[in-house]
Design a protein around this ligand. Structure first.
Ligand SMILES: Nc1ncnc2c1ncn2[C@@H]1O[C@H](COP(=O)(O)OP(=O)(O)OP(=O)(O)O)[C@@H](O)[C@H]1O
Length: 287
């Protein structure tokens, strides 16, 4: 299973949301990273056939994106603003969505829903009203509905925004388990989500593809460019004018900086191993 994207462009009037993007996405977890307006949602909606492309071509396991029915049977989607009727119980919501997806047999439906709810760890909430679910539970319900038809590709848009750390970890694990033998595309601007789940990623900015490949490769690009040093508070402004500062932490009277620079910025600065966040910031700064 592979998704092939060639020279993909999307225009909204004069605005280019995607500009000649080329990507190959193989099995496993694939991260889509970029700031607001990068084109992530446009790309994902095009892959779900909800949004038509302007130019270029896409194939999923050899099936062209124009074959909407076939593509839709292969793809599950959890949009950023997923919601179902708040007065439904979890079971009712799933039942409703299962009917919409064409599962006509009541008994088979029941079986399937139980299985799915067990998978996303919501069995105990079967009779809970959707409005009473926590943010993380709602997101897990969103996954259950997105995989009702057993898709080979699952696309999730900003799934961990607003989740507490425990739910975030649980949610990431759920996606990783599901990605076994399938493709899961995870869009986010939370760099940490990618760091802990994806082997491969693409970085977009203003519709341009800035990086495609292994997470490790992105880290390598930042090797030797990330520095840390303790400085006096009054030095901060002049340093900020010259270097991209990634973080500042107070250490008594001084400040511990983490910053980017192609050479050692000052004699007492020490080189540190880059994190994905550093590598991402470096890429953003260069584009
Ligand atoms: N329906 C639309 N009409 C006009 N412009 C649009 C439309 N949808 C998106 N855009 C523009 O296209 C660009 C890419 O938007 P998109 O939503 O794909 O980015 P994104 O990376 O998902 O951003 P975010 O993280 O904010 O959701 C933005 O400049 C956006 O304003």
């Amino acid at each position: 299973m592979e998704i092939q994207i060639q020279q993909l462009s999307k225009r909204f009037g004069e605005k280019k949301a995607l500009n000649k993007v080329n990507l190959r996405i193989g099995e496993g977890m694939f991260g889509l990273l970029g700031p607001n307006g990068a084109g992530k949602t446009s790309l994902m909606r095009i892959l779900t056939t909800l949004l038509p492309k302007s130019e270029g071509s896409i194939q999923m396991a050899g099936v062209p994106i124009e074959d909407k029915m076939k593509i839709r049977s292969m793809v599950g989607y959890l949009p950023q603003d997923f919601s179902v009727y708040p007065s439904f119980t979890v079971y009712e919501a799933m039942d409703y969505l299962a009917i919409l997806s064409g599962l006509d047999d009541r008994k088979a439906r029941k079986e399937k829903i139980r299985l799915l709810l067990a998978k996303v760890n919501l069995e105990a909430q079967m009779k809970t009203k959707v409005r009473s679910l926590s943010g993380g539970m709602k997101r897990r319900l969103g996954i259950a509905q997105a995989i009702i038809h057993d898709p080979q590709v699952l696309i999730v848009d900003e799934p961990t925004a607003g989740l507490d750390p425990e739910e975030r970890i649980r949610f990431r694990n759920l996606l990783r388990d599901f990605s076994e033998g399938r493709i899961v595309i995870l869009s986010t601007h939370i760099v940490e989500d990618i760091e802990f789940t994806c082997e491969n990623l693409a970085v977009l900015k203003q519709g341009q593809l800035l990086y495609e490949g292994k997470v490790k490769g992105l880290l390598l690009q930042a090797e030797g460019h990330v520095w840390t040093a303790a400085i006096e508070r009054q030095e901060l402004e002049s340093i900020r004018e010259k270097y991209a500062i990634i973080s500042t932490v107070s250490e008594g009277d001084s400040i511990r900086l983490r910053l980017l620079g192609s050479e050692r910025p000052f004699s007492h600065a020490e080189a540190v191993r880059p994190t994905i966040e550093d590598a991402y910031m470096k890429l953003m700064g260069e584009a």
